[in-house]
Design a protein around this ligand. Structure first.
Ligand code: Z5A
Ligand code: MG
Length: 234
């Protein structure tokens, strides 16, 4: 069987530099003569993507279950074309993927937190709107990335970068919940053996992060086993 392309996902919190690093990685791959394709989720150009875009900009309101399924459907729209590209030997670099889908939806909490009394202090108990398992279900059987980068950025660095706070989810509280769900997903991916999960410090300079990404990708593309069939999530 001829060598297939590698499926590489770049994940992370808001303003961690995913789009910057996805573009930089594509340039490195092109320079190394590796056939490659750059995709991004949400893909705001499709009819479903336009509904997502309108929701993210708070122009429309949607039930939390509905928007979660739309994000997932947006990935299923492209799933067969991802597999086709990989089988044809093209490496696919994906800016956000199913893991963002699970993390952002499972992180949602009800606007008013329930509280419990502990002596004199009141402890907030966040009530999650959608369970982790429910959020994960529509992502099952999507093509699995061979390699996923989780770019970790501190709240201070994220805030100092352009455009923070303009869309839904772009606030510290949501991002902290999202960070926790990403950690859970990383543990699950690692223990399932379905792909490699690499956490990188995205507070560093762009060039340093780019080099860390390339240090992982280069040997992976040269030596690792991306010749087997494309795997499925979980
Ligand atoms: N979402 C969801 O709920 N469910 C799903 O299934 C999916 C997504 C797929 C929009 O996503 C929202 O959708 C998102 C998750 C949710 N909500 N939040 N949060 P999006 O991908 O369209 O979001 P975006 O607008 O592209 O923002 P982003 O992805 O969070 O940003 P980024 O790609 O990580 O960062 P960047 O655009 O590369 O960089 C931002 C700025 O920082 C820019 O000025 C860079 O030049 C600068 N930058 C980047 N790296 C560095 C370093 N290392 N140092 C200094 N400055 C840097
Ligand atoms: Mg981006």
């Amino acid at each position: 069987m001829s060598k297939r392309g590698a499926f590489i996902a770049i994940e992370g919190l808001d303003r961690s530099g995913k789009s910057t690093q996805a573009s930089a990685l594509i340039k490195r791959l092109e320079a190394a003569n590796v056939p490659c394709k750059h995709i991004k989720f949400p893909d705001r150009t499709t009819p479903i993507g336009k509904m997502i875009d309108s929701y993210l900009q708070s122009k429309t309101e949607l039930d939390d279950h509905v928007i979660h399924l739309l994000f997932s459907a947006n990935r299923w729209e492209l799933a067969s074309s991802i597999v086709k590209a990989l089988e044809e030997g093209t490496t696919v670099v994906c800016d956000r993927y199913a893991f963002s889908g699970i993390a952002f939806s499972a992180a949602k909490v009800l606007p008013r937190e329930t509280t419990s009394k502990d002596g004199d202090s009141t402890i907030p108990i966040p009530t999650h709107v959608l369970s982790y398992e429910w959020c994960r279900a529509p992502e099952i059987s999507l093509p699995a990335p061979d390699l996923t980068f989780l770019l970790e950025v501190s709240p201070e660095k994220a805030e100092s970068r352009g455009g923070y706070g303009e869309e839904r989810y772009e606030n510290k509280e949501v991002q902290e919940h999202v960070r926790q769900v990403f950690d859970r997903i990383g543990e699950e991916i690692e223990s399932s053996g379905v792909g490699k999960w690499v956490v990188l410090d995205a507070d560093l300079d762009k060039d340093e992060v780019e080099q860390s990404v390339w240090d992982e990708v280069k040997p992976f593309i040269e030596h690792m086993g991306v010749s087997g069939p494309v795997r499925k999530l979980w």
